[in-house]
Design a protein around this ligand. Structure first.
Ligand code: KIV
Length: 294
């Protein structure tokens, strides 16, 4: 079994050459809710989720019609400079979630519960989930795991906290899983399908499948009534999610094979920063148009 490069922040190389495809149709409803996503599943309508960690990108993604924004704990690597998502704290997530929620008018804002904030069981999960809605302004939370976290999902939902499940490869369990590896191959397939169903049965409004063979993900999406969101799970799921810095080519390093890079923001930003430095050093900036009269 080969190990994939760690996602969440890695993104170098050439941008994809093809232009952005036209939007498939009207983007509204006014506000996207978990019930909207359930209806879209019934209608066979596919949708996109992107991570967001700050007000500027959140308002931009909201404006262009991204229906679901995930304040992912991938912020651990993309924003906070950690090597993994494991050190991310509830306080970190609250700061980022508030920024995204304040800047969002329409998208459903989902906040990750970070590692250590729900693993003790349902009571801890409810306490953290309530915080994410009450203090962070999120509309829902996401947590990682399969059947083992189903009691926590149930407790959260019963407490009024909508939950997005996340199974397959779960980055918070990187050490337990032996690295970034595709999950659900061979005999693992039935367990993975059962985990996804357990999340739905516990009340999850959607389930993320990460790094799962495409045929298995397609089967799970077919079998579940709730939307299945894929990342590295092929084209057969109801929705897709990418880390925005991967999608836009802002990160450095190797890009996981499941990322499609739609821009070269790293190259563009590097060009802008170099031009600014050179301008300052040569006296090209500021000019009279940037200066005030006496
Ligand atoms: O933290 C994150 O960004 C995620 C997704 C990419 C699914 O969990």
């Amino acid at each position: 079994m080969s190990e994939e490069p760690a996602p969440y922040g890695a993104a170098a190389g050439a941008p994809a050459a093809d232009p952005a495809p036209p939007s498939p149709g009207p983007l509204a409803p006014r506000v996207v809710r978990t019930t909207t996503l359930r209806r879209w599943k019934e209608e066979g309508r596919r949708w996109a989720m992107l991570t967001a960690y700050d007000a500027m990108t959140a308002s931009l993604f909201d404006e262009v019609g991204v229906p679901v924004l995930l304040v992912g704990d991938s912020a651990g690597t993309t924003v906070l400079g950690h090597a993994t998502t494991i050190p991310v704290t509830v306080e970190d997530m609250l700061v980022l979630t508030r920024a995204v929620a304040r800047a969002t008018a329409r998208a459903l804002v989902v906040a990750d519960l970070p590692f250590g904030s729900y693993q003790q069981g349902p009571a801890q999960a409810v306490a953290t989930g309530v915080q994410m809605l009450k203090e962070g302004g999120a509309a829902a939370v996401k947590l990682e795991g399969g059947s083992a976290v189903a009691p926590s999902v149930r407790a959260l939902v019963d407490a009024g906290v909508p939950v997005m499940g996340h199974t397959g490869f779960t980055p918070q369990s990187e050490h337990a899983l032996g690295g970034y590896r595709v999950q659900g191959r061979g005999e693992g397939a039935e367990q993975l399908a059962a985990d996804a169903r357990a999340l739905q049965d516990a009340g999850a409004f959607a389930v993320v499948l990460e790094m799962v063979p495409a045929p298995l993900a397609e089967r799970v999406a077919r079998e579940l009534d709730v939307p299945v969101v894929g990342i590295g799970a092929g084209p057969g799921t109801d929705a897709q999610v990418l880390v925005w810095t991967d999608m836009a080519g802002l990160g450095g390093g190797r890009t996981p094979r499941f990322v499609k890079q739609y821009a070269d923001l790293r190259g563009e930003l590097a060009r802008a920063a170099r031009a600014y430095v050179a301008d300052v050093e040569t006296g090209g900036f500021p000019g009279p148009e940037h200066s005030f009269d006496a």
